[in-house]
Design a protein around this ligand. Structure first.
Ligand code: G1P
Length: 297
């Protein structure tokens, strides 16, 4: 396999979606720019990339998404203004947003599904392994979820995806895997061999309670499988179908997330993520907790 042991340097972040689950907030503003506490939702995924050692973030974007490009671009006028007005710490905060890494953009011109979005990044990724992060999901853990996948890839030369235990009634919103023990001593029970997966199964058809979290590290061969994938559920080219082919032909690992997951991809999940992360904020978390306790719930 040509990609074996190559370093994982690039990450693909699909951000072309219309954000219909957040209307009316997203009529004129990208969903990815909605603030969770004090930064845009998409910045959490970019910070996970930086903490995982990724050097190049590739956004698969679409029309009306230029605010994302502006957010991760240099802002010299703003930085100079803040410095001239005695606010160097804010200037540094603005500089830190891009974390010294490189950003590239490509457009998904038709909404043909997550698999199609990943395939759109093929030219920018080239012949090397890469990560995929779905920005709707904010993941917290001592070792970033993407970093854990990179370590599994680098040790095995095979792709890996993050999964988490999901309540039965919510499995229908996830890709759900079937697996067998990974038997890799270093990772114990947290790494499983992925046997198969079903995208958004009916409640009684879920093969397990392990749902796909939206973090993937994949070899470049996934592009060939996606290229051959026929439209599946909802007429879309599903990443899940490409992953099933990859698992069957080359093997694929599932890493059970060792931390907290916030699915901010719908209004209620977004609110919960906002409240939980606000409670952890070092500046005002305690005051916010006291405030919540005053509410008659
Ligand atoms: C996507 C994937 C699904 C995964 C989910 C995680 O679905 O297709 O396999 O479990 O993300 O959030 P979406 O939520 O984009 O419909």
């Amino acid at each position: 396999m040509s990609s074996e042991r190559k370093r994982v340097r690039k990450a693909v972040l699909p951000v072309a979606g219309l954000g219909t689950r957040f209307l009316p907030a997203t009529k004129a503003m990208p969903k990815e720019m909605l603030p969770v506490v004090d930064k845009p939702l998409i910045q959490y995924a970019v910070e996970e990339c930086i903490a995982s050692g990724i050097e190049n973030v590739i956004f698969v974007t679409g029309r009306r998404k230029s605010a994302i490009e502006d957010h991760f671009d240099f802002a010299p006028e703003l930085e100079h203004f803040l410095e001239d007005h005695g606010k160097p710490e804010l200037a540094q905060m603005v500089r830190d947003i891009s974390g010294g890494i490189h950003f590239s953009y490509t457009r998904q011109n038709e909404a043909l599904g997550l698999g199609h979005a990943v395939l759109t990044a093929r030219e920018l990724v080239g012949d090397e392994p890469f990560a995929v992060l779905l920005g709707d999901v904010i993941m917290e853990s001592p070792v970033p979820a993407t970093r854990a996948l990179i370590e599994i890839y680098e040790a095995t030369g095979q792709g890996a995806i993050t999964v988490q235990e999901v309540p039965r009634e919510e499995l229908q919103f996830y890709g759900v895997i079937s697996s067998s023990p990974g038997k890799i001593p270093r990772w114990g029970d947290s790494v499983l061999r992925l046997n198969d997966m079903v995208e958004k199964p009916k409640p009684d058809a879920a093969p397990s309670n392990l749902g796909v979290s939206g973090r993937y590290v994949l070899p470049p061969e996934i592009f060939d499988y996606l290229d051959q994938t026929e439209p599946g559920a909802g007429g879309e080219i599903q990443l899940t179908d490409g992953l099933r082919a990859l698992a069957a032909k080359q093997g694929l690992w599932a890493h059970v997330h060792q931390g907290k997951t916030h699915d901010a991809g719908n209004k209620l999940g977004f609110l919960k993520a906002t409240v939980e992360l606000a409670l952890k904020n070092p500046k005002f978390g305690n005051e916010f907790r006291r405030y919540l306790k005053t509410l008659e719930l």
